[in-house]
Write a protein that binds this ligand. Structure first.
Ligand SMILES: Cc1ncc(COP(=O)(O)O)c(C=O)c1O
Length: 362
């Protein structure tokens, strides 16, 4: 296996592989501010976090892939719905640094974006294993693990078992990427001479992004609330999931030389919004459609219907009903804006077609 360079982290001893383009920009949404008569409204452009693929998975993968390398794995194994952003990001960056990726995927509402992500994942060289139902995922997971265990390696010292990356990359190691992201945000506001916003709106898929931010907030004297917007079912993520994950992230960091992480998670700094979920994961709501149109028409900011439009809809709804009186709000943009090298309506290999469900399915 070729040697992969890790870089030291500035705040803990955990290894990191530099994959992202950081810091991502912070911008004001001035046209929306004018439209609403409220300011400031900021956006954190994690859609531009990577050259090959952006969005919120890149920061997590910097720590996850480094951990895989440190523990002498040559294959990573992960899981997600068909066309998952996380699976695509994992396949892309694993390939970029010379690791094998195996992914177990399960059914998902069919959209052009889902098809393109699925094809991009296959083209990134991942070994993708379809699972007919999310209920058979544990079975698929084991199947994937078994395949990965057989992956060939040139290095006799290397373990052949795969490094397991949970759905969304939301393990404590992955969450460290968003702990670091909050420190980055603090530094950006410090250098702008502005106070940090009082609310950060972020989508809750598996909860790792929110958990990492909450963990960092818990270590600092800031009055910022993380507003997590539920877009996946409660069986996947709920308030307690995020609180537990945030505490596990703090504990991991405390054991890894980060003295400031020796603390308890600040539960009051997390609010979970559930009223944007609509009819289900991947099913666009009228509020999300409206938020998508507003963001595009006023700011040329492109949102998608599964995560980011529902999150922005929550922000707009809050500002209409309960605007903060102080330092403003920030929308954390988590969807990659990197153009994929895939045609608009690519052919899907036969064995994956049963995974793509019509939008009106129950
Ligand atoms: C575009 C996008 N935004 C937000 C999320 C949610 O992030 P997390 O899984 O860390 O809650 C995901 C993935 O789940 C995603 O793909």
């Amino acid at each position: 296996m070729k040697s992969i360079k890790t870089v030291p982290s500035t705040f803990c001893t955990l290894p990191k592989i530099s994959l992202a383009i950081l810091p991502t920009p912070v911008q004001r949404l001035q046209n929306i501010e004018q439209h609403l008569g409220l300011s400031p409204i900021y956006v954190k452009r994690d859609d531009r976090s990577g050259l090959l693929y952006g969005g919120n998975k890149v920061r997590k993968l910097e720590y996850l892939l480094a951990d895989a390398v440190k523990t002498r794995h040559t294959t990573v194994l992960t899981i997600g719905p068909a066309g998952s952003n996380h699976v695509l990001a994992t396949a892309t960056y694993a390939q970029a640094i010379g690791l094998n990726a195996v992914a177990v995927i399960f059914p998902r509402v069919d959209t052009p974006a889902v098809r393109r992500n699925l094809v991009a994942t296959l083209r990134a060289g991942a070994d993708v294993r379809p699972c007919r139902s999310a209920l058979t995922v544990p079975l698929g997971w084991l199947e994937g693990a078994a395949i990965a265990a057989c992956a060939e390696t040139d290095d006799p010292q290397a373990k052949i078992l795969a490094y397991n990356i949970p759905a969304g990359g939301s393990s404590p190691v992955g969450c460290v990427g968003y702990f670091e992201a909050f420190l980055e945000l603090m530094e950006q506001f410090r250098s702008m001479g502005k106070p940090i916003p009082s609310r950060i709106y972020v989508a809750l898929g598996t909860g790792g992004t929110a958990a990492g931010l909450l963990a960092a907030i818990s270590t600092l004297p800031v009055a910022t609330e993380v507003v997590g917007v539920q877009v996946t079912p409660k069986i996947v993520v709920r308030r307690s999931t995020i609180l537990t994950l945030a505490q596990q992230t703090l504990d991991l960091l405390a054991q890894s030389g980060c003295a400031q992480a020796q603390c308890t998670v600040r539960e009051e700094a997390l609010r979970v919004v559930t009223n944007q979920f609509g009819d289900g994961y991947g099913k666009v709501t009228p509020q999300a459609q409206k938020a998508m149109a507003t963001a595009y028409e006023l700011e040329k900011l492109e949102l998608e219907g599964t995560y980011t439009a529902k999150t922005f809809a929550a922000l707009l709804e809050d500002l209409a009903t309960a605007p903060p009186h102080d330092t403003g709000v920030l929308y954390w943009h988590t969807y990659s804006s990197v153009e994929l090298p895939v045609e608009p309506d690519p052919d899907i290999p036969e064995r994956f077609k049963p995974l793509l469900q019509p939008a009106d399915s129950p």
